[in-house]
Every structure is written in C-alpha cells, then in structure tokens.
Ligand binder design. Structure first.
Ligand SMILES: Nc1nc2c(ncn2[C@@H]2O[C@H](COP(=O)(O)OP(=O)(O)OP(=O)(O)O)[C@@H](O)[C@H]2O)c(=O)[nH]1
Ligand SMILES: [Mg+2]
Length: 192
C-alpha cells in the first residue's frame, strides 16, 4: 500500500536571532515559508504550516494551507513540538518537515529524499558534510509516543529523537545538484 506523507513547514520559532519573523523575509520575491511549501507540495498528500499565536493571522492571510499551532502542552518547545502536533493532526504515515528558513530548498531534494521512506525505518535524515540535517527529514508517525516521552522529560533536542529512532541516514550530496539548498538563514547578516 502506498505510504502517505504530510508535508509540514515548521514556523513556530521566535526568530530571535533574525529580529523579525524570518518566515516572511523575501527570497526572489517570495516569502521564505512559501519556498518550503513549494518544495513539499509535489510529494505531500496534505500540507500543514505550524506557527505560533503571534503569527497565525499573518500566515492565514498569506496561504490557503491549514495553519496550526503547537499543541498547548508543548507550545514553543521547538521543532519536536511541531512534529508532534503534525502527527496528532494528521493520519499520514510520515511527516516530512522543512524549516521556514531554507529558501533555496527545492522539490528535487524532497522527491529524492521521500524515495527513501522505507517503513522499516522510523526516520529518513540527510547527512550533509557528515552532519544530520534533522529539519529536512521524514519521521514516521509511530514516533509520536517517543516524542511525547522526550518532551515530557524536558528533552527538546532533535538529536535525542534521532538517538531513540531507527534512522535511515542518506548522503546529502546526490540529493541536490547545488550545495546552496542547505543554506539556512538565522541572522540578518546571513540574509544579506
Ligand atoms: N512548531 C514549532 N516550530 C519551531 C519552534 N521553534 C523553532 N521552530 C522552527 O524550527 C525551525 C528552526 O528553528 P530556528 O532556526 O531556531 O528558528 P527560530 O527558533 O525561529 O529562531 P531563533 O529564535 O533565532 O532561534 C524554524 O523553521 C522555526 O520556525 C517551536 O517551538 N514550534
Ligand atoms: Mg530557535
């Protein structure tokens, strides 16, 4: 049976280093978050954007896809809260997350990575320059109880999820023709 994928853009952060909501910063005329949506749309059976209360209205004006808030229990607890929220909302087998601050990301990468979604693994994560890219990755819905357990224990690091999951690591190099797709914008300086 075909496995289903929920495409999820994580936008529940505070953009503290950037100084304003980076999801709305422009790249080639379109806001950052729209590049993430565009990269996920071709491979996703459904799409969600996960934001926080201060930005939800602005997102809803700018996009037709459903905008969720992190479940209250874990609100603002970081990307794991967003993944948990998507798994609670959706029945899809996999949640494919992207951050809202990687405007060079594209569908070639997501298509290639999604092809590795083997249900005998819990997660599919690129290894870029020897390091996992856990925010450009697929997570199987069976990880939901583990994520709850981690967050309940005050453990918010993505690395702690990877440590407890069967992860299929995928070499990032053949996923993208160009290194720039991995570029992530945290500060105004990186933006310029
Ligand atoms: N749903 C959700 N997403 C989050 C949360 N915290 C961060 N993110 C998202 O995860 C991605 C990576 O986070 P960061 O690069 O640290 O972004 P940020 O937290 O907004 O920025 P800083 O405040 O500078 O750390 C971004 O797409 C964030 O929007 C959260 O608590 N919930
Ligand atoms: Mg952060």
């Amino acid at each position: 049976m075909k496995q289903t994928i929920a495409g999820v853009v994580l936008a529940g952060g505070q953009s503290r280093r950037f100084g304003r909501p980076k999801a709305f910063a422009l790249h080639q005329g379109a806001p950052f978050f729209a590049w993430s949506v565009a990269a996920l749309a071709p491979i996703a059976d459904e799409l969600y954007l996960i934001s926080h209360p201060a930005l939800v209205g602005e997102f809803r004006r700018r996009t037709d896809i459903p905008v969720l808030l992190d479940v209250e229990r874990y609100r603002g607890f970081g990307p794991l809260a967003g993944i948990y929220t998507a798994m609670e909302q959706s029945r899809s087998d996999w949640v494919f997350i992207l951050p809202c601050d990687m405007p060079y990301m594209n569908k070639d990468v997501t298509e290639r990575l999604a092809a590795y979604a083997d249900p005998s693994f819990d997660a599919v994560v690129p290894l870029h320059a020897g390091r996992p890219e856990p925010l450009v990755a697929l997570y199987h819905r069976r990880l939901r109880p583990l994520i709850a357990k981690l967050l309940n224990a005050g453990e918010r690091r993505m690395g702690s999820l990877l440590d407890g999951a069967r992860v299929r690591y995928v070499d990032a190099q053949p996923l993208a023709a160009d290194e720039t797709v991995w570029r992530n914008v945290n500060t105004e300086e990186e933006y310029r």
